[in-house]
Design a protein around this ligand. Structure first.
Ligand code: MN
Ligand code: MN
Length: 291
């Protein structure tokens, strides 16, 4: 029996799976409007909307080895969430599988990256976000979603993080970034110069063998993905993000989608998130088959 809250086509056992879905229903660090804790199940539900066959790659997702581990248990503090997520994700990376993680607010991403084993091939991070998320601490919390790129940088190093789509930042974040040196391409630069140039620049900067993509859904314009905690105009298009995923797929180590808040959704944002997760799987499989 397939439960309706399982990700579509996730029929493989954990042992056989190449891709493992994990939900993290945590939104305690949201700063404007909450609800991202309901993201994982909304994305799963919308995954059933799509054909399993992918027109562009010819891959049928019903033949892909996907396992849905369900949602991580409920949490108290952000520190609890961090510990739990590391424990859940560590064995997935260690087994050479690709975690696909649904949040949850963006505080849920750093512990995924932190779970990446030191012995595994080198890891870079493509950080897709309207916001810089570069505060050392926010409202006294170093695990706030406003600090997530900073925590990721502390794990993988400044040279191994590139932020794409940023258009909202504090003066302090820009000043800090000048000294710490995390690369970014703004949404305005992407609109001006095209997504191809931005992705080429980002992938050239990331010298690592593998790439983890973290997608804060607010990287995408609120016209397409308005169901999120802190919507920010002048964003990327869904096609921009689709292109980023396709280009990074040959090196994909893991993927997450955070900050989908379905209580503001007519369905578009959850559908887009589910479709992008499926895109990451088919593009990753297509790249493996081409090898
Ligand atoms: Mn974020
Ligand atoms: Mn954001």
């Amino acid at each position: 029996m397939i439960r309706p809250t399982t990700f579509a086509d996730a029929g493989a056992s954990f042992d056989d799976a190449e891709f493992v879905i994990v939900g993290v229903p945590f939104d305690r660090t949201t700063s404007f409007r909450p609800g991202a804790r309901f993201g994982p199940d909304a994305i799963r539900q919308h995954s059933w909307n799509f054909e399993s066959y992918d027109l562009e790659t010819g891959i049928d997702l019903s033949e892909a080895a996907i396992h849905d581990l369900g949602n991580a248990e409920e949490f108290g503090s952000a520190e609890d969430m961090v510990r739990t997520v590391r424990e859940e994700i560590g064995p997935i990376f260690a087994a050479g599988k690709v975690p696909i993680v649904f949040g949850g607010d963006h505080a849920c991403s750093p512990p995924v990256v932190e779970a990446y084993p030191a012995s595994a091939p080198s890891l870079g991070v493509l950080y897709l976000d309207a916001h810089m998320d570069f505060r050392d601490s926010y409202l006294g919390d170093r695990r706030s979603h406003a600090c997530s790129s900073r925590r990721v940088l502390e794990k993988v190093g400044a040279r191994n993080v590139v932020v794409l789509g940023v258009r909202s930042v504090s003066r302090e974040e820009i000043e800090d970034n000048k000294s710490l040196g995390m690369s970014y391409v703004t949404a305005h630069e992407i609109a001006r110069d095209g997504i191809q140039a931005a992705v080429q620049q980002a992938l050239n900067m990331l010298k690592t063998e593998r790439i983890y993509i973290t997608l804060d859904i607010d990287a995408i314009d609120p016209a397409y993905a308005g169901a999120t905690g802190t919507p920010e105009p002048f964003g990327l298009t869904p096609r921009d993000v689709k292109y980023i995923i396709g280009q990074a797929a040959p090196r994909l180590a893991g993927f997450d989608i955070m900050e989908v808040s379905p209580i503001y959704d007519t369905g578009n944002t959850s559908a887009l998130a589910a479709r992008l997760a499926r895109e990451a799987i088919v593009r990753s499989l297509a790249a493996r088959r081409a090898r």
